[in-house]
Design a protein around this ligand. Structure first.
Ligand code: ADP
Ligand code: MG
Length: 384
């Protein structure tokens, strides 16, 4: 792959310029897109998730002292810290994803080695494709390779999530880190967030996955995310369960009257969305067009009307996607409030689909979207 070689050459060149040497270790971790299952992870439900070819690399060289120095090509910024005194960096907040991982690994008893590193990512930052988890998971992979110990992928994911929760201070579920660590090339993962087990799901040949980044400003995502989590917690408490996962759709419809109407809407979305995950996994395996269309539409409508995580650009984008050639289904991705959406497209039509979406979306709101056809990539690891 020429583009990979080119990328490697560029990163090596930056490394030489910053650190006057060659990297001896290359690691990568992918971003992800959820194919179904918005906000189900923290309700311990199901998610169908896809590790994607956009990924984050760290080229590294171990140091003999206990310091970690990192330069990120995406932001053109450098930050360093000592493994003996890990405190948050209030100026360069991006470095906290790295520091957090170092901190939780050490707290769990892993021996860490300092290193010089250059970060380069093809995951767009802050678009909902999980650049933060990719950065955490690639960092853990570097420490793992330099330390000569091995973490199983689920534990690695949980530790990286802890880093984001406790050190960065973002109360995310485990979906992003799990996908980035446990992905298998060529497969989506059907993740059960209750016991953190997953099974690979192979999409039927001929189904393309296309991510459409709306490039609109994402606002509210942080504060509203916290409110949605609180609503779900309240719903679970009133229904007498630990998590909404414990309630089947049939039971929910019987008992919805026990909930204040706002909370009931949130719970309905989560409980139905988690069921849709299982249904969509089957539909994608069997190329069931009608089901793909129906399930994605129900997910999008529920996100707008019940979970209320939609913004006007998402409506514009879903229309552009569904009117484009080859479209089988389209829905939101990530936490909502803008960012990215995802479509299932007849593989032979992916190019035409992308051109049509670009044109229609730009004509409507004068913003150029970014369109990424994606394939299932492997989880975090070293690059040979
Ligand atoms: P998402 O995970 O959806 O991309 P987040 O807000 O969770 O969005 O994470 C984005 C943040 O992660 C960035 O603002 C930055 O601090 C950090 N980050 C991710 N990738 C990189 C990178 N390659 N270089 C530096 N910082 C990064
Ligand atoms: Mg993130």
């Amino acid at each position: 792959m020429n583009s990979q070689r080119h990328r490697r050459g560029q990163v090596a060149e930056v490394f030489r310029h910053r650190f006057h040497d060659r990297p001896t270790l290359w690691c990568r971790a992918p971003g992800r897109v959820d194919l179904m299952g918005s906000h189900t992870d923290y309700n311990l439900g199901y998610v169908l998730t896809l590790p994607i070819g956009c990924d984050t690399w760290i080229a590294a060289r171990p140091r003999t002292d206990r310091s970690v120095r990192l330069y990120t090509m995406n932001l053109g910024a450098e930050s360093g810290f000592s493994l003996d005194r890990i405190a948050p960096d209030s100026q360069q907040r991006w470095n906290n994803y790295v520091r957090g991982v170092a901190q939780v690994l050490q707290a769990d008893g892993f021996k860490l080695t300092g290193f010089d590193g250059v970060i380069h990512s093809t995951v767009p930052l802050s678009s909902g494709l999980s650049s933060s988890a990719a950065l955490e998971c690639v960092t853990a992979t570097v420490f793992e390779a330099l330390g000569g110990w091995k973490l199983d992928s689920v534990r690695k994911a949980v530790l990286c999530q802890r880093a984001e929760n406790q050190f960065v201070g973002v109360n995310c579920g485990v979906l992003d880190q799990y996908t980035s660590c446990a992905g298998q090339e060529g497969c989506a993962l059907l993740l059960d967030c209750r016991d953190l087990s997953s099974r690979p799901v192979k999409l039927a040949p001929g189904i393309g996955v296309v991510i459409c980044d709306m490039r609109s400003k994402r606002e509210l995502a942080g504060s509203e995310y916290g409110r949605r989590r609180a609503d779900c917690k309240e719903g679970a408490r009133r229904l007498g369960v630990k998590a909404l996962r414990e309630i089947s759709p049939a039971e929910f419809y019987r008992r919805a009257g026990e909930l204040p109407s706002g909370v009931a809407k949130r719970c309905q979305f989560i409980i139905e969305e988690s069921e849709r995950v299982l249904d969509l996994a089957a539909a994608l395996q069997h190329f069931d067009r009608a089901a793909i269309r129906r399930l994605t539409a129900e997910s999008f409508d529920g996100a707008r009307d019940l979970y209320e995580i939609s913004v006007p650009a998402m409506q514009t984008m879903v229309q552009a996607m569904m009117q484009a050639p080859g479209a089988m289904g389209a829905r939101q991705a990530g936490a909502g409030f803008g960012g990215c959406m995802v479509a299932f497209v007849e593989e032979a039509q992916v190019k035409n689909f992308a051109a049509a979406v670009r044109e229609a979306y730009f004509t409507s709101i004068r913003i150029k979207p970014e369109i990424y056809p994606v394939a299932a990539a492997a989880g975090a690891g070293t690059i040979t």
